[in-house]
Design a protein around this ligand. Structure first.
Ligand code: CP
Length: 318
């Protein structure tokens, strides 16, 4: 029988270090949550009486709301602390903010922050589970899990030997980093695609080689990979992290996925995007809303994944 090791730290700070078995077990647990979301099974009570704190010092739509929905579907109560309305806006540090929230007796803290490593830092200062909801350019583990779940559903089984393209602002992307860890752990091959300015060559060695994982290759030519990929994961250009520096003037022409380019993909090749989408830049509206798009399925799966993570960490926390 497969047993979970991902809960051993008491936190979920990233997908680095999670095994293939950990990832597949989490996905199986998330799949079991979907009937609750569809209303086909009654809401669960795993976290009845627990309080989950969302500590979001960076803006969010999908992640924050889906953590809230997930916690409530498990019977927990949720408190939201947003950077703009918290004393962080007066200069209070991330650690001071988190330790004060923990001192109020919450049972878990979901952290989004601009500092890479911020969630790990919080975990060293509080005695409740910490879940990383995106920390700077480091990781966004629940996004990586929901992407993996969506791809596994699409392919109806294993991702081993599938080639997944991750396209765009790789350098800024915590989503790309989490996806690199998780996709290669389950045996998928990843091709990273973007301009040199947003995709440094050292990403080719981001994942240690010889570890039984899928491969990672780099391309600066999207048109050259279109006919050889099994799925396309488009990334948002993160203007807030580089003020547009490094984005070629012809970015949309070279790396945007519009209907003409999408027509050159193989039959059934899906298109994913973590959101929010810069429509008309990295992804045209026609593709984002078209038959290849799995964008809204990703969002639904995000709730299921966050239920599995919250239940795994908080229900077993005693
Ligand atoms: N994908 C994602 O993290 O979206 P939000 O920033 O809206 O949470």
């Amino acid at each position: 029988m497969t047993t979970a090791t991902w809960t051993s730290s008491g936190h979920l700070l990233g997908l680095e270090g999670l095994t293939r078995d950990d990832l597949l077990l989490l996905l199986d647990e998330a799949e079991a949550c979907l009937p609750v979301l569809r209303g086909d099974m009654p809401a669960r009570t795993d976290l009845a009486g627990r309080v989950v704190a969302n500590l979001f010092l960076e803006n969010s739509t999908r992640t924050r709301v889906s953590f809230s929905v997930a916690a409530r579907r498990l019977g927990a109560q949720v408190v939201d602390l947003l950077g703009s309305s918290s004393s962080a806006s007066k200069g209070e540090s991330l650690v001071d903010t988190a330790t004060n929230i923990a001192a109020m007796g919450v049972d878990g803290i979901v952290v989004r922050c601009g500092a890479s490593g911020g969630a790990a830092l919080v975990s060293e200062h509080v005695d409740v589970p910490v879940i990383n909801a995106g920390d700077g350019r480091h990781e966004h583990p629940t996004q990586g899990l929901l992407d993996l779940m969506t791809l596994r559903q699409h392919f109806g089984g294993t991702l081993e030997g599938r080639t997944i393209a991750i396209v765009g602002d790789i350098a800024s992307s915590r989503v790309a980093r989490s996806n690199l860890w998780s996709l290669t752990a389950v045996g998928a091959d990843v091709v990273l695609v973007g301009p040199e300015s947003l995709l440094p060559a050292d990403f080719g060695s981001f994942i240690p080689s010889g570890s039984g994982r899928g491969s990672v290759t780099i391309s600066h030519d999207l048109d050259a990979v279109l006919d050889s990929v099994d799925a396309m994961m488009m990334l948002r250009i993160q203007f807030e992290r580089h003020d547009g520096d490094g984005i070629p003037d012809d970015y949309r022409q070279r790396f945007g996925l519009d209907a003409a380019r999408a027509a050159r993909l193989g039959a059934g090749v899906p298109v994913l995007h973590p959101g929010p989408i810069n429509r008309g830049l990295e992804l045209s509206a026609e593709v984002a809303d078209g038959p290849r798009s799995l964008v809204l399925r990703q969002v639904t799966n995000g709730v299921a994944v966050r239920m599995a993570v919250l239940a795994g960490l908080l229900a077993s926390d005693g």
